[in-house]
Design a protein around this ligand. Structure first.
Ligand SMILES: [Zn+2]
Ligand SMILES: [Zn+2]
Length: 115
């Protein structure tokens, strides 16, 4: 939830309560976002649905890291397959399968699926 500060009375007003606040606070013309500090005149605050800094603070970062972690794991896995392929000892049949699999990015990591 985006929270604004009323520039007239200095009160913290949640976005859902802005309309109510404007009725009470007659001098309220400009609202500043508490998170990013931007000023919003008149009805401009309505456009401010989600604050960027709020997104970064709650989960935005974690979400990104999660994706990145999964991606790194996948890369590691692909790397492993490439290493196996380099070994001269593997049977031509296995090599053939692995060669085919190399074309895909989403090689299943679970043993059952893999087989
Ligand atoms: Zn006010
Ligand atoms: Zn903001």
């Amino acid at each position: 939830m985006v929270v604004f500060t009323c520039n007239a009375c200095g009160e913290a007003v949640k976005k859902a309560q802005v309309e109510k606040h404007v009725n009470i606070c007659r001098n309220c013309q400009c609202l500043s976002c508490m998170d990013c500090g931007k000023d919003f005149w008149g009805d401009d605050y309505k456009e401010h649905v989600k604050c960027v800094s709020e997104d970064q603070k709650y989960g935005g970062k974690g979400f990104e890291a999660k994706i990145h972690k999964g991606d790194a794991k996948q890369q590691e896995w692909i790397q492993k397959i490439h290493e196996v392929l380099k070994k001269p000892s593997i049977s031509p049949k296995v090599r053939n399968i692995l060669e085919q699999m190399r074309a895909f990015d989403n090689i299943p990591r679970k043993k059952v699926k893999f087989q």
